[in-house]
Ligand binder design. Structure first.
Ligand code: GLU
Length: 395
């Protein structure tokens, strides 16, 4: 049949993280014993104290349309959280609550980007950034990194990537997929470059903020000279095991927040009322309440790194946050394994799926073609079994 879809949707790639998760589900339905390490989704239940807040909201008859930018109490709670955790001062008029951080990110790009604008993507970057930029008819400009530079970019690289068309740069620390975190000093060095280009906006995606193992992350909006053009994105999915509740939010210059609200007003309206009421409790809770999940992720991080390092050809960095490892597997390129020629990371991820029954995601989706992403938001048992299978398949 003739393709009657718009150019816009035809040019949009499907999300490879979700596609791999769907493929794993499909194979499972066929009876295959697939271990899914492709999706970044905590395997914990939402903590009881948050569930109780949601039940209370239902019983209190929260069921009407919500303000497009979120309940005032939630926005106030988010301001308290930004001050407490990130040393950033926002007023409620600078906050917009959305249906997941993904919508927050899409809002920002929709309200800031014109066709032909350039978006800088320090590699590796989360898969949907470039896709959303494409939807805005903007051009993604990758700034490469590798395991040798601990997956970080330098101030010199940043300066070299800037052109008169550069409109936005997207930071994400702790990073999905590499788990690395930019330090305050590193952000200040990058900030020195950005200070010279006042027309460039900064989006800082901090969704993995609380999942850190050695040091607390630094928020780039806390650099005073950048505050006025930085949008800080966060949400509840990862730290509070609330992926399906769909609560994301931004702190932004007021005029950007207003524009996001206008956009949301035409597309989704305000976010789900029950999830928002529960979010007030979650956002204000001391971080110690979710520490048990972070401790567990840390244990698993140690296990998966040790196991992967036993496999020849896996070059593994130590992620400081999030729940992914991002090994460089380029040593396998050009080799034939189980009759299959491995030319790139996608071939390798497919080999792991077909021969080891383990779902991962190719690094190509994240602008890092030498790597694959493995999520360790899975039980220790699953992690051990998955890596054992991978080892066997490759031996
Ligand atoms: N952010 C998660 C991931 O990277 C969830 C899936 C998605 O929305 O891409 O796996």
């Amino acid at each position: 049949m003739k393709n009657l879809l718009s150019d816009r949707i035809n040019s949009l790639p499907a999300s490879q993280t979700l596609a791999m998760a769907a493929k794993a589900r499909e194979l499972r339905a066929e009876g295959k014993d697939i271990i899914g390490l492709s999706l970044g989704e905590p395997d914990f239940n939402t903590p009881d104290f948050i569930k109780e807040a949601a039940v209370e909201a239902i019983n209190q008859d929260y069921n009407s349309y919500t303000p497009v930018d979120g309940y005032l109490e939630l926005k106030e709670a988010i301001c308290t959280k930004f001050k407490r955790d990130n040393n950033i001062s926002y007023k409620p008029s600078q906050i917009v609550v959305s249906t997941g951080a993904k919508q927050s990110i899409a809002n920002i790009m929709q309200v800031l980007l014109n066709p032909g604008d350039e978006v800088l993507l320090p590699c590796p970057y989360w898969v949907s950034y470039s896709a959303i930029a494409t939807l805005c008819e903007a051009k993604s400009v990758e700034i490469p990194s590798s395991i040798e530079t601990n997956f970080k970019i330098t101030a010199e690289q940043l300066e070299a990537a800037i052109t008169p068309k550069t409109k936005l740069i997207l930071f994400n620390s702790p990073n999905n997929p590499s788990g690395v975190m930019y330090t305050q000093a590193e952000y200040e060095a990058l900030g020195k470059v950005l200070e010279k280009y006042p027309n460039i906006f900064i989006m800082s995606d901090e969704i993995y903020e609380h999942i850190n193992y050695e040091t607390k992350p630094f928020s780039i909006a806390a650099i005073p000279s950048l505050y006025d053009r930085t949008i800080t994105v966060n949400g509840l999915a990862k730290a509070f095991a609330m992926t399906g509740w769909r609560i994301g939010y931004i702190g932004a210059p007021e005029w950007i927040a207003k524009a996001c609200t206008k956009l949301q007003g035409q597309i989704t309206s305000g976010t789900n009322c029950i999830a928002q009421r529960a979010a007030i409790t979650a956002v204000l809770a001391p971080v110690s309440k979710i520490q048990y999940m972070v401790d567990e992720f840390k244990t698993r991080r140690g296990i998966i790194i040790d196991l992967l390092r036993e496999i020849d050809g896996f070059n593994v960095n130590v992620p400081e946050g999030a729940f992914y490892v991002f090994p460089d597997i380029s040593a396998f390129f050009g080799k034939t394994i189980k009759g299959k020629l491995i030319e790139n990371a996608s071939d390798f991820a497919m080999l792991l799926l077909e021969e080891a029954n383990v779902a991962t995601v190719t690094g190509e989706a994240f602008g890092a073609p030498n790597c694959i992403r493995i999520s360790y938001a899975a039980s220790e048992l699953q992690i051990r079994e998955a890596i054992k299978r991978i080892k066997e398949a490759l031996s």
